[in-house]
Ligand binder design. Structure first.
Ligand code: HEC
Length: 465
């Protein structure tokens, strides 16, 4: 624990990151797919007789596109930076140290993207046709390059592959097993989102049914590559997933109500079902384009966004309990240190540089254990709340539960001494109005353990007789 912790009430820090990141992801994917859409539509408009009409429509599309992607995209992009370094400083530090050059490039491409898009939009009436086509293509290439970069860092966190702390080969970490399928899936989803946005903007064409149909059919084609290839690519991606992820997923199937990580399974199916709905809806729109209303079009776009959100949550949950799979746990415990028994059994707060000096075996001691070890994933009363989850804790149950925390499969091992466990157990019991002190928790636990050992001895003796 080299950094302070950020205890965000009700939501918890990681959910704050997730919310900002999801909004950003939805916008940024449209930002890149929309670039390809602009470029192709520009080229197409030069080849057909009513190209001028298409360009007029394209101007509407670009107005929506520019505000949506640059304003909201930029705010949420910076928001991710801001929130991840508060929620996971240790992981952010590792990622920066590994990928500083990649990240710097990412910022440069972002500035390039904005510059080119503004030149394109504000040069609408003054630039030559050739220049507009060039800017639209350049925008897409630069924007896609930003995906090329960030995809390496994102996939690294789930499948670091041959990269290890002892062999920090950056290229191995960057071009990790999940890299290529993820890059392709994201690119196709980008096209799909751009097509759906195109259908939505086409519903604003009011007095020209023929032209509206033409633009809806043009936009609908952008969904086809994803409809055909994403299922295949998902199989490829699936094969790169760590075994533990597949176990979580299966646990969700076995116990839909009781499975520990059923969330991951539900999110996966949310993505699959939304995808199927989008394909069906778009096919109907392409078949009967005149009947498509704004409300239908925006519903399709929203369903696609919800499905995509499901896929992103699936990917995030797939890493549990790590922030970087197999390397760093979500609560800043390094996996290699977790193997070191002596380290794990030292008083926990002695490792926490930023915790205040608290009196051992007090409620404050327990509270800091919670804040530093549990609060990256749990809140007390909001997201994944621990108050109801510890409702039935008794002294011995609590201490033993913490001892075996990692056996649940979704949590890191507990760090600290028996006193640390007693203090944390007492803290949870206090939340339910039970004022058993940490000392009393420890006493009860030790007495029970002793009684158990004696009973065991007695029965062994009995058996020997
Ligand atoms: C890496 C994230 C993470 C950390 C850190 C973490 N947990 Fe959990 N915890 C989970 C997940 C995921 C679940 C299972 C899903 C659920 O219950 O919502 C869970 C479940 C639980 C449950 C319910 C178990 C059950 O079977 O009913 C308890 C109690 C719990 N955690 C306590 C703790 C305590 C105490 C700490 C700190 C010492 C802690 N957790 C640290 C992620 C975490």
């Amino acid at each position: 624990m080299n950094y302070p912790v950020w205890n965000f009430p009700i939501l918890g820090g990681s959910l704050v990151v997730a919310i900002i990141a999801i909004i950003h992801v939805l916008i940024s994917h449209l930002a890149i797919g929309g670039g390809a859409f602009l470029a192709i539509a520009e080229i197409w408009s030069n080849k057909i007789s009513d190209g001028e009409k298409v360009r007029k429509w394209l101007h509407k599309f670009t107005t929506f596109f520019l505000v949506y992607t640059t304003v909201f995209g930029a705010i949420t992009g910076v928001g991710i930076w801001f929130s991840i370094q508060l929620a996971s400083p240790e992981a952010t530090s590792l990622l920066i140290h590994q990928f500083v050059f990649a990240w710097a490039t990412e910022w440069v491409t972002f500035i390039g993207e904005l510059t080119v898009l503004y030149l394109y939009y504000y040069g609408w009436n003054s630039n030559s046709r050739g220049m507009q086509v060039f800017l639209a293509v350049a925008y897409f290439v630069i924007a896609w390059f930003s995906l090329f970069i960030i995809n390496g860092i994102l996939t690294f966190m789930l499948t670091p592959g041959a990269w290890t702390l002892d062999n920090k080969e950056i290229a191995w970490g960057f071009f990790n097993p999940g890299y290529t399928p993820s890059l392709l899936i994201r690119t196709l989803i980008m096209f799909l989102l751009a097509g759906l946005a195109g259908i939505m903007i086409a519903t604003f064409i009011k007095d020209d049914d023929e032209f509206k149909s033409k633009m809806i059919r043009f936009s609908a084609k952008w969904v086809i590559p994803a409809a055909v290839l994403v299922p295949v690519l998902t199989v490829w991606y699936w094969l790169t997933l760590p075994e533990s992820t597949l176990k979580f997923y299966e646990a969700g199937i076995v116990g839909v109500a009781g499975g520990k990580m059923e969330g991951i399974t539900r999110f996966f199916w949310l993505a699959v079902i939304s995808g199927a709905l989008v394909v069906l809806g778009t096919s109907i729109a392409a078949w009967k384009p005149k009947t498509v209303h704004f409300s239908t079009a925006i519903s399709l776009l929203l369903i696609a966004q919800v499905g995509f959100m499901g896929a992103e949550f699936f990917r995030e949950m797939a890493r549990k309990p790590y922030v970087i799979k197999g390397v760093l746990y979500s609560n800043a415990l390094w996996a290699h240190k977790a193997e070191d028994k002596a380290y794990m059994n030292e008083p926990y707060l002695s490792h926490a540089k930023w915790a205040p000096k608290v009196q051992p075996m007090t409620l404050e001691h327990g509270e800091w254990m919670f804040r530093l070890q549990c609060a990256t994933c749990h809140t007390l009363d909001g997201y994944r709340s621990l108050t109801p989850r510890t409702e039935n804790w008794t002294p011995s149950f609590g201490v033993r539960f913490l001892e075996n925390l990692h056996e649940q499969g979704v949590m890191p091992p507990f760090q600290g001494t028996l006193q640390d466990r007693a203090a944390l157990t007492s803290y949870f019991m206090h939340l339910h109005g039970n004022d058993t002190s940490p000392g009393a928790v420890l006493d009860t636990y030790e007495k029970e353990e002793k009684a158990k050992a004696e009973a065991m001895n007695a029965s062994m003796k009995e058996a020997q007789k």
